[in-house]
Design a protein around this ligand. Structure first.
Ligand code: URA
Length: 262
């Protein structure tokens, strides 16, 4: 074997491994920047630390820390910054972007969804994938848009979680409890007339209920002293198109309540 055939051999092996991963469904690299694993292997072993590590202090309660950080935010920008630097939620490590909001702050309607998916993580904006496109069409049917300049026609959109969970898994109870103070503060600062709880995770987190979304959808509740309407999530509607009839009834209910409140 000469150097050229060695190189060719390594190249073929690396290419075969890559093709195999693509066939298995791998579609993104985990790290932002490539890492040279050979370099890591050659690094000398670490010397023991000269001074002993300080004794570990009592771990901070993540929900209490979230509450304190959220309460301290005087405006939406400060709240976004507080989330960006919040150290307790590990989802941030695997996410490309913090997905904070989209639409018009000051809109009469604020939509709270579940968590970013792949496209939202890529773009840093909520509800921009397939479910988001359906959400836009649903609200356009009652003349409401995220890019409307008139607050009466505008939407403001966020999620319970600002970071994408791996493989789009459901947010854990701990993650939801940790992000809840931030979402409640978000609602208090955005001051919408009505909050739409989009889907089961949003409704159960903000209403603190175990009632199923198909049972409570379309029933007026309250969040932060504001009327809140649980609705079926557009991702659910994509899987169950027959349920669009209920979603349409809920949109009309929302429109009627907005008119009553003017
Ligand atoms: N589903 C959600 O609940 N939120 C998003 O941002 C995207 C999909």
């Amino acid at each position: 074997m000469n150097a050229w055939s060695d190189w060719q051999n390594n190249f073929d092996l690396a290419q075969a491994a890559l093709v195999w991963q693509v066939e298995m469904g791998v579609d993104e690299a985990i790290c932002d920047a490539p890492q040279n694993r050979y370099e890591a292997a050659e690094r000398p072993a670490r010397k023991p630390a000269a001074t002993p590590a300080p004794a570990p202090s009592a771990p901070e309660d993540p929900v209490a820390a979230a509450q304190a950080a959220a309460d301290a935010a005087p405006d939406l920008k400060a709240l976004q910054d507080a989330l960006a630097t919040f150290p307790h939620c590990e989802l941030r490590m695997g996410a490309r972007n913090l997905v904070f909001c989209d639409g018009q702050a000051g809109a009469r309607v604020m939509i709270v969804g579940e968590a970013p998916g792949r496209e939202e993580d890529r773009q840093g904006r909520p509800f921009v994938g397939e479910a988001g496109q359906l959400l836009d069409r649903m609200f356009e049917a009652i003349s409401m848009r995220r890019d409307a300049s008139d607050p009466a026609r505008a939407l403001y959109i966020t999620n319970i979680l600002p970071w994408r969970p791996p493989q789009n898994r459901d947010p854990s109870p701990e993650e939801r409890a940790m992000m809840r103070p931030f979402v409640l503060r978000h609602i208090a600062l955005a001051q919408p007339d009505i909050v739409v709880l989009m889907g089961r995770i949003s409704a159960s987190t903000l209403l603190d209920t175990s009632e199923g979304i198909t049972r409570i959808r379309g029933q007026w509740r309250e969040v932060m002293g504001r009327p809140a309407l649980p609705m079926l999530h557009p991702a659910y509607l994509l899987r169950n198109p027959a349920a669009k009839r209920e979603a349409w009834a809920d949109l009309l209910e929302l429109q009627a309540r907005l008119r009553e409140m003017t």
